[in-house]
Each structure stands twice: as C-alpha cells, then as structure tokens.
Design a binder for this molecule. Structure first.
Ligand code: FES
Length: 123
C-alpha cells in the first residue's frame, strides 16, 4: 500500500475543491468539515472537471450536466440532466442518459498533509 503526499490540508478551501495532478492522473480533493475526500477529477459521463462543480448534501455535482456522486463512496446519485434543444421541446430533459460511479481513493491526514492511496480504489 503506497500513500502519496499530494497537498497541504490548508490548501483545500473549506466546503470546496481543488485539483491535483499526480503523474498522469487528475485527482480532485474536497473538504467538508474535517473530512477530506479524493476522487478522479473527470466526470465519468463526458469528462467534466468535477473540481469546478459544487458540493451539495455530501455529493459532488458535475458542472456540465449536473450528475451527482456521493463524496464518500463515488456512488452515482443522479444521472446527467441534458436539455433537449428548445426547438424540439422547451424545458424538457433528455431521458435515459446514464453515467457510472466515480473512482474514489482512500485518504488520510498526517501532520497537516493529505495522503492519498492511488492503488486502493474503492468500488
Ligand atoms: S460531464 Fe458530468 S454530467 Fe455530463
């Protein structure tokens, strides 16, 4: 099990997110209260940059089509919301658009630093 030191706890905004490039991976870090969560920064739907989204009710909300994923588990909570072009049907959303769960990583804090285990991905 290899832990990588990727950020200072104080760098992550309270109630917000930041992105860290670790090798060829883009990792998003989110801080909610005392908890820090790590997950792949690219949305499994169409690669939206999740660190530019919002945190709501323990979920990260994708900035592009508003899919939601639980911070703690990466579980998909709601699917993308893609509007149907207005000329076809005003205000309607495309039905049946699905996405997958998000890759998450184990995190620990030591001496004010954030350590992430990139080998141990949670389902
Ligand atoms: S890219 Fe994230 S919901 Fe579409």
């Amino acid at each position: 099990m290899e832990w990588k030191d990727i950020a200072a706890v104080g760098e992550i905004p309270d109630g917000g997110m930041m992105k860290v490039d670790v090798g060829d991976r883009e990792i998003a870090l989110a801080k909610v209260g005392q908890g820090i969560y790590a997950f792949g920064d690219r949305c499994p739907h169409m690669n939206g940059p999740l660190h530019e989204g919002k945190i709501e009710n323990g979920c990260v909300v994708c900035p592009l089509h508003k899919a939601r994923f639980e911070l703690a588990t990466g579980k998909r909570v709601s699917d993308p919301r893609i509007p149907i072009p207005r000329v076809l049907k005003a205000g309607a959303l495309m039905a049946g658009v699905r996405t997958h769960d998000l890759e998450t990583y184990a995190v620990k804090q030591e001496n004010g630093r954030v350590l992430v285990n990139l080998e141990r991905r949670k389902p």
